[in-house]
Design a protein around this ligand. Structure first.
Ligand SMILES: [Zn+2]
Length: 72
């Protein structure tokens, strides 16, 4: 059995033993787990921005088409 696995808490980098003593693994504590969840929320907030960037690219493409129409 691999019961000597030790990870680093993704939040505070403290050693986390992969045992029942750390029910919040891979986080060392519920606090770090919630902190990471906050990061996830931020990532989700970034997705609309990414979509906007994609929309901008689409608009750029439309702009090029307009230019061609103007030249034509
Ligand atoms: Zn931690």
């Amino acid at each position: 059995m691999t019961d000597n696995i030790v990870l680093q808490c993704p939040e505070c980098k403290k050693p986390v033993h992969w045992t029942e003593k750390f029910p919040h693994r891979p986080f060392c504590s519920a606090r770090c787990k919630h902190l990471d969840f906050g990061d996830w929320a931020n990532e989700e907030n970034r997705i609309p921005g990414r979509t906007l960037a994609q929309d901008e690219q689409a608009l750029d493409g439309l702009g090029d088409q307009d230019k061609e129409v103007d030249n034509y």
